[in-house]
Ligand binder design. Structure first.
Ligand SMILES: [Zn+2]
Length: 138
């Protein structure tokens, strides 16, 4: 077993996972995603305003997950699909997120490539299907 995310932990994260809700720090104005108790940029801000993120971004960096290299929660996918790309996405509002890239172009992913968030099944644990965002070429 690898990373275990319990059902209550998963449910608490549903608003951010399902709707891409970030938080604007009232001290420095930058946007945290996923939400934090203390702003990760200024390390002081503790009051936030919810912000709907657009889901638009660009590829900041990426890697290809190949057989045997995947964390357990992605193992089923690796078995089905062979290798697949995972990227750091630079969101247009500022935060960077790590996510799988679906429908990668035949010629491969490139740094700076525009992408958009798509809602997908992520994995299943304790009999519950977990959903979240992946990114697709824009
Ligand atoms: Zn801040």
């Amino acid at each position: 077993m690898g990373a275990h995310i319990s059902i209550p932990m998963y449910q608490r994260a549903v608003p951010q996972r399902y709707r891409l809700i970030g938080q604007r720090c009232q001290s420095c104005g930058r946007i945290n995603f996923p939400p934090k108790a203390v702003c990760k940029y200024c390390l002081q801000g503790t009051t936030f305003e919810n912000v709907q993120l657009s889901g638009k971004g660009t590829i900041y960096s990426y890697t290809i997950i190949a057989g045997g290299g995947a964390p357990p929660e992605f193992a089923a996918e690796a078995r089905c699909k062979g290798s697949y790309p995972v990227a750091i996405i630079q969101l247009e509002e500022g935060p960077r997120v790590i996510a799988q890239v679906v429908n990668p172009p035949e010629e491969g992913i490139t740094i700076g490539m525009p992408v958009r968030a798509v809602f997908r099944k992520i994995y299943e644990e304790e009999g519950v299907t977990r959903y979240g965002f992946k990114f697709s070429p824009a």
